[in-house]
Design a protein around this ligand. Structure first.
Ligand SMILES: C[S@@+](CC[C@H](N)C(=O)[O-])C[C@H]1O[C@@H](n2cnc3c(N)ncnc32)[C@H](O)[C@@H]1O
Length: 207
């Protein structure tokens, strides 16, 4: 048996709503603590999630990834690193937001290079859409924040005003010196593509 098998098993950190049903999670019970919770939607190969979880062992990370292939890549990385502050859900993020995450349970939402669905008739599938943003506002704690990043100018131009309907937000262009957070960001930076970002905050955090 490989050494890292002993530390963490997939059944400890993979939440499968096909088995458990779309029930509201008790996030503190799930992690066994009340630490801050970061949600990543569309984690891909998991660069942001894994490096964040390693650097911040006192922060909890939930990665929602629709593709089974990428979910398995991240799952294996979590096992290899023996990470105990990560939970993974291999499902559509909108349903996870709507049916599984409780009100005020998430401190940060990160969305890097989500599928842009460029065709008009498919745009209703975009994760940045009104019904999904309503759920993001509900699940964020007051004062919680979010980041949406894309290389797709049309998606950005459509998404930024929708985000502004739900959150105080700021449009920005990442600096050339900012380290890439995900594989797609690294790849697109190398190609010299422009990258667009919107940061948003759920009002009500005080201070
Ligand atoms: C273009 S990739 C970006 C991956 C990663 N965020 C990065 O920046 O390297 C988009 C990812 O989002 C996932 N995805 C797309 N729609 C999703 C959804 N509705 N729920 C969860 N994941 C989704 C895809 O499977 C894919 O892994």
């Amino acid at each position: 048996m490989l050494a890292y098998d002993a530390a963490v098993n997939a059944s400890d950190f993979v939440i499968d709503p096909r088995e458990s049903g779309f029930v509201r999670l008790d996030v503190a019970a799930m992690f066994g603590n009340r630490n801050r919770v970061v949600l990543e939607i569309g984690s891909g190969k998991g660069r942001f999630l894994i490096s964040g979880a390693i650097e911040h062992p006192d922060v909890n990370y939930i990665g929602v990834e629709k593709s089974l292939h990428y979910h398995r890549v991240i799952r294996d990385r979590v096992i290899k690193r023996g990470l105990t502050n990560v939970r993974l859900i291999n499902h559509d993020a909108f349903l996870v937001l709507r049916d599984m995450l409780p009100d005020g349970s998430i401190d940060e939402i990160h969305i890097y290079f989500p599928d842009p669905w460029p065709r008009k008739r498919e745009q209703k599938r975009r994760i940045i859409r009104a019904e999904a943003l309503g759920e993001m506002r509900r699940v964020l704690v007051p004062g919680g924040s979010g980041i949406f990043v894309t290389d797709h100018r049309d998606y950005y131009e459509a998404a930024a005003p929708v985000i502004e309907q739900f959150f105080p937000s700021e449009r920005r262009v990442p600096g050339v010196g900012d380290p890439p957070r995900t594989n797609y960001e690294a790849k697109y930076r190398e190609e010299g593509r422009p990258i667009f970002e919107v940061r948003f905050v759920r009002a009500g955090g005080g201070g």
